[in-house]
Design a binder for this molecule. Structure first.
Ligand SMILES: Cc1ncc(COP(=O)(O)O)c(C=O)c1O
Length: 467
């Protein structure tokens, strides 16, 4: 038995993996990783895989990045952890100062959690609690877009709308209001992204008109609905939403967990709409993919609604054990240094243009309905019928075929259902982008040429993966 197989056997004896039907591993090998460097992961038999999805969208400056590593190692010898209630430390203070400085004006206070879903829970609770403290306890519902994804904890699932993740748990979820997404894949023939996004806003306006009195906040994934299949929309929607939230007295929560830190072409997606949300939730690339951490930024107005004598019981008594962990802060500070020193946002423009050129030919593929892109995120939508955009039945798992082919060729591409996408580390080279485009093209050819049997049936419309 080879080394990869040995590790796989030991793993399967004791581990239960995320977002996985474990029975799949009867025929689909696990990939044990021995080490990683830059864009490459390496298994125990020396095979390398180009990490085209930044390991679930976190690893923006490559694996084993010496600059991030050095800062974390130095922090390790200085202070590994201290609880953040009653205590503080320089890395968390410096990180908070820098986050306030680089995010849109008006966001001035930072609260930490230790993963994206927990960050969403913080924003939802804080928003509702703000309304309680402001004498409007009836504002307790949340408005979300169809096809949204905000994480896996119960309240985060409640504002999500990807059936695969939420339907089973329906009985446990909060009653959120779902508004049709401005998803531009669904725009009518001839309409631009901007026209479609603007037109779709009418649904949001109507919902707010009817329900603002009972709504605490609207939550959105700005510009890209990630786990929902990398569906994209125009920034005008965010601008209209900000205006409407102000008009109706409702908070706006931007979940930039996936899109923050340069993914959409600007440091934060909200910059493209020129707006400031009431809550900005960050995670994933915040630490360069080194350590779990989330930051929730909010305004003086929100902060002030909680600031009072203890006995009024207006304080936000939410806590996660690892809040503001110094090692995670050190990784985040090193990540922010790289953004600044290497002028990453500017450098990414050329890489994004290269991704577009390298995949241009796929637009003509008989089973590709759309190649879409926002900044450093590019998605290719495979369909059974191009003219009618009929999707492949989810049971056929065409994306899995692309995944398997990519592994054979030395790339980690993990499609979302029928959507093959690239969310590469920003240290990728043009040649490596060409390689990914070649592997993806071959994989799409294979996956769409083969008549696949339907292995399982179930209640879900599509197989998706949260990233
Ligand atoms: C937009 C968005 N929100 C929230 C989350 C949840 O983050 P975490 O997996 O760290 O809980 C994700 C994860 O993919 C995400 O893409």
């Amino acid at each position: 038995m080879g080394l990869n197989d040995q590790w796989m056997q030991r793993d399967l004896a004791v581990l239960w993996h995320p977002c996985t039907q474990m029975k799949d591993h009867e025929r689909l090998p696990l990939v044990p990783i021995r080490a990683a460097s830059g864009v490459w992961l390496e298994d125990f038999e020396g095979k390398r895989y180009l990490d085209a999805v930044s390991s679930w969208w976190v690893n923006v400056f490559g694996h084993a990045n010496p600059r991030i590593g050095a800062r974390v190692k130095a922090q390790l010898d200085q202070l590994e952890h201290v609880m953040l209630a009653g205590f503080t430390h320089p890395p968390v203070i410096e990180l908070s100062e820098r986050l306030v400085a680089i995010t849109p004006d008006g966001l001035s206070k930072v609260f930490y959690a230790d993963n994206g879903s927990s960050g969403i829970e913080v924003a939802l609770k804080m928003s509702h609690h703000y309304w309680i403290n402001s004498g409007q306890p009836g504002k307790k519902r949340f408005v979300t877009l169809t096809n949204s994804y905000h994480g896996e904890t119960v309240a985060a699932m409640s504002v999500g709308d990807v059936a695969l993740f939420t339907d089973t748990y329906k009985a446990l979820l909060l009653d959120s209001l779902k508004v049709p997404s401005p998803d531009c894949y669904l725009r009518p023939d001839g309409a631009s992204w901007e026209e479609h996004s603007r037109a779709m806003f009418a649904h949001m306006e109507r919902t707010l008109e009817q329900h603002a009195h009972e709504v605490a906040a609207v939550i959105v994934e700005p510009l890209i609905q990630g786990a929902g299949g990398m569906r994209m929309y125009h920034p005008v929607y965010l601008k209209l939403l900000r205006e409407a939230c102000d008009r109706h007295g409702v908070h706006l929560i931007h979940d930039e967990i996936a899109v923050g830190f340069g993914r959409t072409g600007t440091m934060f997606a909200c910059e493209q709409a020129g707006i400031t949300p009431d809550f900005l939730v960050l995670s994933k690339a915040l630490t360069g993919g080194y350590l779990p951490m989330a930051a929730v930024l909010t305004t003086e107005d929100v902060y002030a609604a909680f600031y009072d004598d203890y006995a009024t019981l207006r304080a936000f008594l939410h806590s996660h054990t690892y809040t503001g962990n110094p090692l995670a802060c050190a990784a985040a500070l090193a990540t922010l240094d790289i953004f600044e020193e290497d002028q990453v946002i500017e450098a990414n423009r050329a890489l994004a243009a290269h991704m577009a050129r390298a995949t241009e030919h796929l637009k003509a593929h008989p089973h590709v309905a759309e190649v879409r892109q926002t900044g450093m995120a590019l998605a290719i939508e495979m369909v059974a019928d191009k003219a009618s955009r009929t999707p492949y039945p989810w049971q056929e798992r065409r994306g899995l075929r692309v995944y398997q082919h990519a592994l054979e060729r030395g790339a980690l591409l993990r499609p979302l259902g029928n959507v093959v996408y690239f969310l590469p580390p920003y240290v990728i080279t043009p040649e490596q982008i060409d390689f990914l485009a070649e592997v993806a093209s071959e994989g799409i050819d294979l996956a769409t040429r083969e008549a696949l049997s339907v292995p399982v049936s179930g209640p879900y419309p599509e197989h998706r993966d949260p990233g």
